[in-house]
Design a protein around this ligand. Sequence first.
Ligand code: GDP
Ligand code: IMO
Ligand code: MG
Length: 456
Amino acid sequence: MSHTWSAKDQKNTSQPGAVGQKRPRNDTGNKVTVVLGAQWGDEGKGKVVDLLATEADVVCRCQGGNNAGHTVVVDGKEYDFHLLPSGIINPKSISLIGNGVVIHLPGLFEEGDKNDKKGLKGWEKRLIVSDRAHLVFDFHQVVDGLQESERQAQEGKNIGTTKKGIGPAYSSKASRTGLRVCDLLGDFKDFSTRFKNLVHHYQSMYPSLEVDIEDQLKKLKEYAERLRPMVRDGVYYMNEALHGPPKKILVEGANAALLDIDFGTYPFVTSSNCTVGGACTGLGIPPLNIGDVFGVAKAYTTRVGIGAFPTEQLNAVGELLQTRGHEVGVTTGRKRRCGWLDLVIVRYAHMINGFTAIALTKLDILDVLDEIKVGVAYKLNGKRIPHFPANMDVLHKVEVEYETLPGWKTDTSAARKWNDLPAKAQNYIRFIENHIGVPIKWVGVGKSRECMIQMF
Ligand code: GDP
Ligand code: IMO
Ligand code: MG
């Protein structure tokens, strides 16, 4: 029999140092490790998180929704995660979907069931969902498509969203008409009224929007019961995790710095903060608890969707990177646009996130090139600019200054340590490290878990 979920249901496991307990001034509790995309997404965050998750107690998602697509390859089996933290693979760790995430419930259960069939058993018992997370409804996804058509008709271009309802759901959240997990699990009559009001609001803007309200509510009621056992007060849960016995806590960023709603290439961005602040606001954790911040960057650059891309190569190099790198979106199946590594954007991502180290992925894709270019600065009217332009018209006009490095023309896919890499590949890695001013901790040379060289 179901019951209405309440905070009282949670075991009172208050630890010394938790809120309400006396805490020494210098005891900030456990530190959280954060993994973030340093480019335009698809850098290989899933793989880096998987690597760290083998030792993690808690793996959290703090923002975004199922617009993300994170690939993890373990024992030859490929998993793709969209809403579930990639750490869900580890049977010993808890996965948490924080308040900053927007959740499409049909998408969540479809993803879980699909992975269950692949052998990922017991995921529902390892998943915790914050009661403060906002919901993405089917109509948000339809509205996402309608808004894209509207942009196309009005401006001759759209954003190229994933049509997962991310923009409309975060808009509902910001306009204070959104509905959260705690609303769904509370008084269903009240939830139904607010749901209807929200549908009517969108129908007044988009008269062609058809919603079978009764059918939607029936389905949502069923999802509510399946979700109920997983729901907790996320803030309380995190506080207990931070101030209890030593725990390894990992945050898996979705999307990436250049897609951040504040710092990205606006308006060709997503609708959440994919930079380090999103870890605090999306989970309710104090900044003092942030420990390592690992940036993930590909050894070249890709972008899905529309928007400026200064180092894009619309030529044979771009095609080679696309085909060798299998650069196809995990969520939408779209071909990713490809170009040379742009260190201006990685440095910009570092300014915002303060990376403590970087994971450089997909070095192996460059194995066949005679020479490799790296974008090191932007010039406007012949003069170097020290900042990353906010205005997209300006970004479209910048001229990229490149450094050309020799290619190594050697298969690196079997390299497992620094000394296994050819000298010219080592030179490429050191060049990047020196230019960004952040140590490179891992180098990826293949899809699977073991294809990651750890430098220190
Ligand atoms: P995410 O969204 O940042 O988690 O990245 P995606 O999963 O969308 O895209 C990264 C793709 O690159 C996936 O297909 C990974 O399996 C693959 N990948 C990750 N690291 C490496 C690497 O070092 N070498 C190669 N060849 N593929 C990699
Ligand atoms: P991961 O976590 C790559 C892009 C979309 C589009 C823009 C807005 O796998 O790195 P949205 O549906 O969020 O409103 O789309 O942002 N985008 C991504 N591109 N990787 C992602 O996530 C992305 N999430 C959003 O392609 O251009
Ligand atoms: Mg991806």
